[in-house]
Design a protein. Structure first.
Length: 280
């Protein structure tokens, strides 16, 4: 109705999907891995508490959960910023512990890696959570922050359960017992012995979750709960084109085919990765 080129908007909107979906899934993986490793390795009360919290989130209806987290007006409350502040800490904690366990006996390399992690992580953290990037490079719109928080909060329990199950299986292997005999710390064993051997299922799950997140972005945009109304993301484009379906069908085809082909490609990639991991 505004004489805009539908195909060009679909191509431009793909930038939004290809940035938000993998990034939000990556943060969910960081949260799930960081909590799933100690739950599966230690067991006991730690596993009980973390599993209860994960099951509590999984028991909540997903659609209603996303609706509550992305409802217009919620950004006026401290809830999304507080949740983002917690979730965005996990990558910093993960990489700090990762480098500490590996290079604690090599301070020359440890201090460099920890300094890079804390400086770069703190810079990104200030830009994403507080919008206080001194260089004005790292920035995220409030409605995009909502989506990040929603995906991280809803997807991390599923990642947690997968990691927990993998750790409970892998920790019985001989090379883990050998690392324990050498006197390695528990976090070294979790991060450098168990996690690399669990990468196959996690990579497959990440591909599938990016597809689910893409569908979620399209669904939220279709119902007007995603990005800004003028955003060229695929869900908003499909919603705008659906109003013309009685007269014209072709405006809805480019974003619909793009969404379908992208998710189908990710599913096929996940299937091929699964088959390859089974061969290995």
């Amino acid at each position: 109705k505004l004489a805009r080129d539908v195909f060009s908007r679909m191509v431009y909107g793909s930038q939004i999907v290809l940035i938000i979906a993998p990034a939000a899934t990556g943060f969910a993986l960081m949260v799930g891995i960081t909590l799933g490793l100690p739950a599966g390795y230690y067991g006991g009360k730690i596993d009980t508490v973390l599993s209860f919290l994960a099951n509590l989130v999984l028991a909540f209806p997903v659609i209603l959960l996303f609706y509550l987290l992305v409802t217009p007006g919620i950004m006026d409350t401290p809830i999304p910023y507080g949740m983002a502040g917690v979730f965005f800490l996990f990558p910093i904690i993960f990489f700090s512990v990762l480098f500490w366990t590996r290079y604690k006996n090599r301070p020359d390399r440890l201090y460099i890696l920890l300094g890079i992690t804390l400086i770069l992580g703190g810079w990104i953290y200030l830009g994403l959570v507080f919008d206080k990037d001194p260089l004005h490079i790292v920035h995220i719109d409030p409605n995009q922050l909502n989506i990040f928080v929603a995906v991280g909060f809803a997807s991390s329990p599923g990642v947690f359960r997968i990691v927990r199950g993998l750790v409970m299986d892998i920790k019985t292997r001989d090379y883990v017992a050998a690392a324990q005999t050498r006197g390695e710390s528990p976090w070294y064993i979790m991060l450098w012995e168990i996690l690399p051997n669990a990468r196959g299922p996690l990579i497959v799950d990440a591909c599938l979750r990016i597809g689910y997140t893409t569908i979620l972005l399209g669904t939220l945009g279709y119902f007007g709960l995603g990005l800004a109304p003028e955003s060229p993301d695929w869900g908003t484009a499909i919603k705008d084109a659906s109003r013309l379906l009685r007269s014209f069908i072709h405006p809805a085809l480019p974003p619909t085919i793009a969404l379908m082909s992208f998710v189908l490609g990710l599913n096929l990639l996940a299937d091929s990765l699964r088959e390859q991991s089974m061969k290995d």
